[in-house]
Design a protein around this ligand. Structure first.
Ligand SMILES: Cc1ncc(COP(=O)(O)OP(=O)(O)O)c(N)n1
Ligand SMILES: Cc1ncsc1CCOP(=O)(O)O
Ligand SMILES: [Mg+2]
Length: 204
């Protein structure tokens, strides 16, 4: 598996597939190394269509492609893996449903204990957040940046998520996050490609 670090772009919920594809292309060209398709909507036809296109787009840029929540959708589009949280499939079940080398990422919120358990269950990476208040997910629990140093001994990549922007990402990288997962800091910006270049440059 490619090294799991750098800018981790997560797609916003949108029905505007054309604009989404254009923005994701710009973000990948700007240096995002990992792309997650995250759509909390219920239109399964649109989600399959969008995920298929984005899987091809990511592959064309040698980026990893992860599907949020939906193991079946990840398998259907040949994704590199899935990301699961407390309300989603468990790690072992997700891994059993995907190819042997699949990536299974786990949300660990503000809990080092959850991260230890996730790694023991086979998680490929652990994600902590929200590290800052998130307009995308206002109810997300707050996670301190200190978790990244504390989690260094777990031996898997540590991903930060929540309210990350060009203004605060430097502190997250300095705290030890191997990757920064970003939605609004990319897709709510006037120029997502430039925002991606700024954030990706923190890992060079
Ligand atoms: C990289 C990454 N980290 C955390 C999340 C959040 O997942 P989850 O807690 O399951 O919440 P939803 O995203 O499903 O609302 C994520 N998706 N990606
Ligand atoms: C899914 C999720 N989990 C914790 S915060 C968050 C939303 C991240 O979006 P943004 O980068 O716009 O804050
Ligand atoms: Mg989830």
């Amino acid at each position: 598996m490619q090294t799991f670090n750098g800018l981790y772009a997560i797609t916003p919920d949108t029905d505007d597939s054309e604009r989404l594809i254009e923005q994701v292309g710009a973000v990948l060209d700007g240096g995002a190394r990992i792309l997650q398709y995250r759509n909390k909507g219920s239109d399964t036809v649109r989600r399959l269509w969008q995920a298929n296109i984005l899987a091809s787009l990511a592959r064309s840029r040698n980026a990893l492609f992860i599907v949020n929540d939906d193991v079946e959708l990840a398998r259907a589009v040949g994704a590199d893996g899935v990301h699961v949280g407390r309300d989603d499939a468990d790690i072992a079940a997700a891994r059993a449903a995907l190819a042997p080398g699949a990536i299974v990422g786990a949300s660990c919120y503000d809990s080092l204990e959850l991260a230890r358990a996730a790694v023991a269950a086979g998680a490929s990476y652990v994600a902590f957040g929200a590290v800052f208040p998130s307009a995308t997910k206002p109810g997300a629990v707050a996670a301190p940046l200190s978790l990244f140093a504390e989690a260094a001994s777990l031996g898997v990549p540590r991903v930060a998520i929540g309210g990350i922007t060009a203004a605060n990402a430097g502190a997250v990288v300095a705290a030890g996050a191997d990757a920064i997962a970003v939605i609004g800091g990319l897709f709510e910006q006037a120029d997502p490609g430039t925002a991606a270049r700024t954030l990706a440059a923190l890992y060079r």
